[in-house]
Design a protein around this ligand. Structure first.
Ligand code: ADP
Ligand code: MG
Length: 404
């Protein structure tokens, strides 16, 4: 894996001393904001090791990032000037803001920056050339830099000028966060220790069809939970009552099951479930039953405890786990029970050293935090779209451009 792309470890051998050299570093600063304040600095913390390592080696560090969807026009509400204070707080250094991404203004800023200084350039999506991956736009940005570092895995599924184009114009390197993500993902699905289990949950089969199709050919155990399990159960002719279910996908589900069987992948569906007549916290109609006993006016809202125990036993036989999607409607109590219990089993096996556990997806990561075990997983990906595309087995343009 290490040989597939260059990392910060290769910098000095390639470029010599970095003092005063200009690094163009693509990071993820698409931060959650409220009333002009950054409400969660996780993404800045993810980029900090790369920023500080480059600054520590004396490079001038120019950060490139997008924020929101300004669609190629300047927008005062989407300027990256808003994140300067938050970046300074995380990296513990003064940060300059430059209201352009290319041209003379950037060149002048570089003249003012000392070795080891950090600047944030303006929102790359203020220019149409970013999302169009316009080679002229990329060339104008590259003209001010000596080398390019991509540390934004979360944007790597987009072929944009600063996520892909720049890699063709300058010596290119994966930043530390990108490197950690790629190494973790490679361990989970690229080159995993077998047997491999995948847990796929969440609301709908239709949103994860390509994930399921890819996984059945890659993993030994496919564990299906969440709303998507209902669609699988219904496809087998079992009545799922009022449950969230995509009845029109019966044919597709049967194809997936046939592909799994042909590939020797065991598909696990819950045989007991938690149901209720109304979707509310701790509803009076709450009960646990066999999957064949769901009444016409009931909804399946979580996987049952017996199924969780059996799934835990299956995980004990596995060496690798990749997880996307909660097992139930985890935002509402007690329908988080299966997700939390399974997360704790996976965390315990990881701690014992028998399981490599990788998880990703917005709601999945939230659920693992809710279970209090996010830190105990081998790796948690915070890249929503890019993580799912990777689970679909797709080549990510931002990664491919680094791997030449
Ligand atoms: P991720 O963001 O991790 O990719 P998804 O967005 O695909 O996950 O799925 C999460 C959503 O699925 C949650 O909002 C959860 O409430 C919902 N969900 C899970 N199980 C069920 C169920 N049985 N019925 C209805 N919704 C469910
Ligand atoms: Mg989601």
């Amino acid at each position: 894996m290490d040989s597939m792309f260059r990392t910060l470890d290769n910098l000095e051998a390639d470029l010599g001393d970095l003092i005063g050299k200009v690094s163009l570093v693509r990071v993820d600063l698409n931060l959650p904001m409220h009333d002009g304040e950054v409400t969660d600095a996780t993404r800045i913390r993810a980029a900090a090791p790369t920023i500080l390592e480059l600054a520590g080696k004396g490079a001038k560090v120019l950060l490139l990032a997008h924020f929101g969807r300004p669609k190629g026009d300047r927008s005062s509400t989407m300027s990256l000037s808003m994140v300067i204070g938050a970046v300074e707080a995380v990296i513990g250094k003064e940060v300059m803001f430059v209201p352009e991404v290319a041209g003379e203004v950037v060149a002048q800023a570089i003249g003012i920056l000392r070795p080891g200084d950090v600047a944030v350039l303006e929102n790359t999506r203020f220019w149409k050339g970013e999302e169009a991956n316009d080679p002229e736009f990329a060339k104008a940005i590259a003209a001010n830099g000596d080398f390019y570092v991509n540390d934004a895995f979360s944007a790597a599924h987009r072929a944009h000028a600063t996520t892909e184009g720049l890699a063709h114009l300058l010596p290119s390197y994966a930043g530390r966060s990108m490197q950690a993500e790629l190494e973790a993902l490679d361990k989970a699905l690229g080159n995993p220790e077998k047997p491999v289990a995948a847990i796929v949950g969440g609301a709908k089969v239709s949103s994860k069809l390509d994930v399921l199709k890819h996984l059945v050919a890659q993993v030994d155990h496919l564990i299906i939970g969440g709303g998507m399990a209902n669609t699988f159960i219904a496809a087998k002719g079992v009545d799922v009552g009022k449950s969230l279910c995509e009845h029109d996908l019966t044919g597709t589900v049967n194809e997936i099951l046939a592909a799994a069987e042909a590939a020797g992948c065991t598909v696990h569906l819950p045989y007991d479930v938690v149901v209720a007549k109304e979707f509310a916290a701790n509803p009076p109609s709450l009960r646990t039953c066999n999957v064949h006993e769901v009444a016409a006016d009931e909804m399946i809202l979580d996987v049952g405890p017996q199924a969780v125990e059996a799934l835990g036993d299956a995980l004990k036989t596995c060496r690798t786990l990749v997880w996307n999607g909660p097992m139930g409607a985890f935002e509402t109590e007690p329908f988080d029970a299966a997700t939390v219990a399974l997360a704790r089993i996976a965390a315990a096996l990881t701690k014992e050293g028998t399981l490599i556990s990788v998880a990703g997806g917005g709601d999945t990561v939230a659920a693992l935090h809710q279970a209090g075990v996010a830190d105990e997983f081998s790796y948690i990906s915070t890249a929503g779209g890019a993580f799912l595309e990777w689970m679909e087995g797709r080549e990510l343009p931002g990664v491919a451009a680094l791997s030449k």
